[in-house]
Design a protein around this ligand. Structure first.
Ligand code: NAP
Ligand code: ZN
Ligand code: ZN
Length: 352
C-alpha cells in the first residue's frame, strides 16, 4: 500500500533529551475517509510532556513533539465522517487510535488496549513514523477519537480537561467518590487542581496536600475544604487514619508511606503521578489496616466525553496561564518548580 500524501505544518520539537524545544516543520497525513483535520488553537502543557521530551520514561524517539491536551477547529473531514463537521470546536486527548476489537476497546477503555496509538510516542498507522503531538498548527485524527467541546466553556480552559481532567475524573468515578467520604488530593498542579474541582463537585469532603504554603488560599478557592502542608509532621499526624480515598498526582519522588498512614481501614490510595524513579512502599502501613494501593491511566473515549459534558453542565474548566509557543522552555522550568497556576496553555496563534 502506498503511503498517503502528507502535508507540512509548523511545530515545536526537541531533538534530544538535553535540547530545548525549538521551531521545526513536521508532516501530517492528508485526511483519509474517516479522518478529521483540525486547526489547533490551544494545547495544554502536561508534566508528561516534560517527562517525555527529557526521556525520563526511556522510550522517547526524537525529534519529539509533545502535547496531548488539544483544542481546535475542524478544517476538513473525510467522506465517511458522520458526527463531526467543518467548523466544529473539538478536542483530542492522549489517544488518537486503538485496535477497536479487544475487550478493553469494546469496554470503552481504549487507554488499556495493547494496540492503542498515543497522540505522541506511538507509531503513526499510515505514515509509519512516530506520532507527533499538539505543539503544532494542525493534526489529523480518526473521527472516533475526536471529542465534542461544550459550547458554553472557554476553549482555552477546556484544553487541560483532555488529560488533566480525565485523569482525575476517571479514578474518582471508578472508585465512586461522593458524599460522606473524606478524600485527599496530593499535589496542586495541573492534575491536582482538577482533582480538587471534581472531588468537590462529586460531594466529597476534600483535603488538599501540598508542599507549597503559598497555594493554600487557591486550594480553598478551587474547592478544598482543608489544606494540609505535607512537610509539617504535626499537620500530617492530625489526619492519621481518616481518609476513604487519596489521589496522588505528584510528578516527583515523594514518600507514599506517609499517605498510606492517613487511610482508614480498607482505604485506597490511587497513584496517577508518573515520576521518573520508582517509589518505595513499606509493607506495614498497607497490611496493618488492609489498605489498597492502585494506579489509574487517563480514561477511555466514552468517559472522556462524559467528563467534558459534565464540565459543560457544571461550568468546570481548568485555571490556565496562557503562553506563547516560544515561552515553552521557560514554562517547563517553572513547572519543575511547581510554579504554575494551574496549567500552562499554549496559544497556537503564536506559532507563525
Ligand atoms: P504538575 O502540574 O507539575 O503538578 C505536580 C505537582 O506535584 C506540583 O504542582 C507539586 O504540587 C507537586 N510536587 C512536585 N514536586 C514534588 C515533590 N518533589 N514532592 C512533593 N510534591 C511535589 O504536573 P501534572 O501535569 O499535574 O502531572 C502530575 C504527574 O501525573 C506527572 O508525573 C505526570 O506525568 C502524571 N500524569 C499521569 C497521567 C495518568 O494517566 N496516570 C496523566 C497525566 C499526567 P504542590 O506545589 O501542591 O506540592
Ligand atoms: Zn497529560
Ligand atoms: Zn483494543
Amino acid at each position: 500500500m502506498s503511503k498517503p500524501i502528507a502535508y507540512s505544518v509548523k511545530a515545536y520539537s526537541a531533538v534530544s533529551a538535553q535540547s530545548p524545544l525549538a521551531a521545526t516543520t513536521i508532516s501530517r497525513r492528508q485526511p483519509t475517509e474517516s479522518d478529521v483535520q483540525i486547526d489547533i488553537l490551544y494545547c495544554g502543557v502536561c508534566h508528561s510532556d516534560l517527562h517525555f521530551v527529557r526521556n525520563e520514561w526511556h522510550f522517547t524517539q526524537y525529534p519529539a513533539v509533545p502535547g496531548h491536551e488539544i483544542v481546535g477547529r475542524v478544517k476538513a473531514v473525510g467522506g465517511a465522517v458522520k458526527k463531526i463537521k467543518v467548523g466544529d470546536m473539538v478536542g483530542v486527548g492522549c489517544l488518537v487510535d486503538s485496535c477497536r476489537t479487544c475487550p478493553d476497546c469494546l469496554a470503552g477503555l481504549e487507554q488499556f488496549c495493547a494496540g492503542t496509538v498515543m497522540t505522541y510516542g506511538s507509531v503513526e498507522k499510515y505514515l509509519g513514523t512516530p506520532t507527533l503531538g499538539g505543539y503544532s498548527q494542525s493534526i489529523v485524527v480518526t473521527e472516533d477519537f475526536v471529542l465534542r467541546i461544550p459550547a458554553n466553556l472557554n476553549p482555552a480552559a477546556v484544553a487541560p480537561l483532555l488529560c488533566a481532567g480525565i485523569t482525575t475524573y476517571s479514578p474518582l468515578r471508578h472508585w465512586k467518590v461522593g458524599p460522606g467520604q473524606k478524600v485527599g488530593i496530593v499535589g496542586l498542579g495541573g492534575l491536582g487542581h482538577m482533582g480538587v474541582k471534581f472531588a468537590h463537585a462529586f460531594g466529597a469532603h476534600v483535603v488538599l496536600f501540598t508542599t507549597s504554603p503559598g497555594k493554600t488560599a487557591d486550594a480553598l478557592r478551587l474547592g478544598a475544604h482543608e489544606v494540609v502542608l505535607s512537610k509539617d509532621e504535626a499537620q500530617m499526624a492530625a489526619q492519621a487514619g481518616s481518609f476513604d480515598f487519596i489521589l496522588d498526582a505528584v510528578s516527583a519522588t515523594h514518600d507514599l508511606n506517609a499517605y498510606f498512614n492517613l487511610l482508614k481501614r480498607d482505604g485506597n490510595l490511587v497513584l496517577v503521578g508518573a515520576p521518573e524513579k520508582p517509589l518505595s512502599v513499606a509493607a506495614f502501613p498497607l497490611i496493618m489496616r488492609r489498605r489498597s494501593f492502585s494506579g489509574s491511566l487517563i480514561g477511555g473515549l466514552p468517559e472522556t466525553q462524559e467528563m467534558l459534558d459534565f464540565c459543560g453542565q457544571h461550568n468546570i474548566t481548568s485555571d490556565v496561564e496562557m503562553i506563547r509557543m516560544d515561552q515553552i522552555n521557560e514554562a517547563y522550568e517553572r513547572m519543575l518548580k511547581s510554579d504554575v497556576k494551574y496549567r500552562f496553555v499554549i496559544d497556537l496563534a503564536s506559532l507563525k
